[in-house]
Design a protein around this ligand. Structure first.
Ligand SMILES: Nc1ncnc2c1ncn2[C@@H]1O[C@H](COP(=O)(O)OP(=O)(O)O)[C@@H](O)[C@H]1O
Ligand SMILES: [Mg+2]
Length: 299
C-alpha cells in the first residue's frame, strides 16, 4: 500500500509547483499519483496543454453512484516521466462541486498501491477538501519564508494542530533558521524548495531526468525531498536542531513565540519594518528588538 500525502498552503506559496515537481521526481520504483484537489481550480492541464478531460470532473461523473479508489487511474493524464496526474478543472465552481462529490473517494486514496500526492490548494474552513487534507496519512504545509506567510501558518495551526509526521516545506528564501521555525510553529521543516523561475513550466514538457532539467535547482531539491517522503516520514534535518523538549512527531499546537512577540499584527503591535522580511542574511530572533525592529549584531 502507498502513502497519501496532502499538501496545502495558507497563503499562495507555490504548492502546485511543489506537488508537480515531487510527482515528476518521485522514485522510479514507486508508482506516483498526483491529484489536483484545489477548490480554486486546477492549473496543470492548461500548463501542460492537455484537454480539460479526463480529470476530476469526469471522475466525479463516473463515481456518482459510488466507486473504488482505483477508478481514479482511468481519469488521469500523465507527466513526461509517467506519473499519473488527475487534473482539476480550471473553473473554481466546477472544482468545488466535483471535490464536494469526490471527497469520500479522495479520502480512500491511501488504499491504492501508489503514493498519492494531493494538492489541496489554499486551506480554508469552508474548503470541501479540508477533511481530505486532515485525513491523509500525513500533511505538508507549504509556505513562502516571509514573516507574514509564516505568521499565517501559525494562525492556521492554532485551531488545526498538525498531526504526527506532518511538516512544512518553505519555498524560496527564508531569513530564519529551521529550528526557530519549528519551535515557533511546532512543525518540522521538511525541506526548502528554491525559487527557480526557469523550471516549473518545463516540468510538464520534459522528464525530470532530461539533461535540460536534471541539474535545475528546483528539480534537484524536489528529487531529494521526493526520495525522503517516499521512504520515510522523518523530517530531513530539522530534527537535529530541535529543542529536546519539543516532540517533533507528536500532535501539538504551535508554541507561538518570537514572531508574535516581535511586535507583529496579532497583538495589535506595530508591524515589523520591511527589512524584517529581508531574505538574507539569515537573522536570529535574538537580533529582533522588542518593538519588532532589527537590531544590529556584530558577528
Ligand atoms: N519554486 C518556484 N520557483 C519558481 N517559480 C515558482 C515556484 N513555485 C511557484 N512558482 C511560480 O509561481 C506561480 C504560482 O505557483 P503555483 O505553484 O501555481 O502556486 P499555488 O499553487 O500556491 O497557487 C506560477 O507561475 C509558478 O510557476
Ligand atoms: Mg495551486
Amino acid at each position: 500500500m502507498g502513502t497519501a500525502t496532502a499538501f496545502g498552503s495558507v497563503r499562495s506559496s507555490g504548492v502546485t509547483t511543489l506537488v508537480l515537481a515531487l510527482g515528476a521526481t518521485w522514485p522510479a520504483d514507486r508508482k506516483a499519483l498526483v491529484v489536483e484537489a484545489d477548490p480554486a481550480g486546477g492549473t496543470l492541464a492548461a500548463l501542460a496543454g492537455w484537454p480539460a478531460e479526463p480529470g476530476l470532473v469526469s471522475l466525479a461523473a463516473a463515481a456518482r453512484r459510488g466507486a473504488e479508489p482505483s477508478l481514479v487511474f482511468e481519469h488521469c493524464q500523465h507527466l513526461p516521466d509517467g506519473a499519473s496526474l488527475l487534473a482539476g478543472p480550471a473553473r473554481a465552481d466546477q472544482a468545488r462541486s466535483a471535490l464536494g462529490m469526490l471527497a469520500p473517494l479522495l479520502g480512500r486514496l491511501g488504499e491504492l498501491d501508489a503514493d498519492v500526492l494531493l494538492d489541496c490548494g489554499r486551506l480554508e474552513e469552508t474548503s470541501p477538501v479540508l477533511g481530505v487534507f486532515e485525513g491523509a496519512d500525513r500533511q505538508v504545509l507549504v509556505s513562502r519564508g516571509r514573516l507574514a506567510d509564516l505568521q499565517a501558518v501559525a494562525s492556521w495551526l492554532e485551531p488545526h494542530p498538525a498531526g504526527p509526521g506532518s511538516g512544512l516545506v518553505v519555498v524560496g528564501d527564508v531569513p530564519y533558521p529551521d529550528a526557530e521555525i519549528t519551535e515557533a510553529l511546532g512543525l518540522a521543516v521538511l525541506g526548502h524548495l528554491p525559487w527557480d523561475p526557469q523550471t516549473p513550466d518545463a516540468l510538464v514538457a520534459y522528464p525530470a531526468s532530461d539533461r535540460r532539467l536534471r541539474m535545475a535547482p528546483l528539480v534537484r531539491t524536489a528529487r531529494t525531498l521526493a526520495e525522503h517522503l517516499a521512504r520515510d516520514v522523518t523530517p530531513l534535518g530539522a530534527l537535529d536542531e530541535l529543542d529536546e523538549d519539543l516532540e517533533p512527531t507528536g500532535r501539538h499546537a504551535p508554541v507561538g513565540g518570537w514572531w508574535w512577540g516581535a511586535g507583529c499584527c496579532k497583538h495589535g503591535g506595530p508591524r515589523p519594518p520591511r527589512t524584517e522580511t529581508a531574505p538574507s542574511p539569515r537573522r536570529r530572533p535574538s537580533e529582533v528588538d522588542g518593538r519588532g525592529g532589527p537590531v544590529r549584531v556584530d558577528r
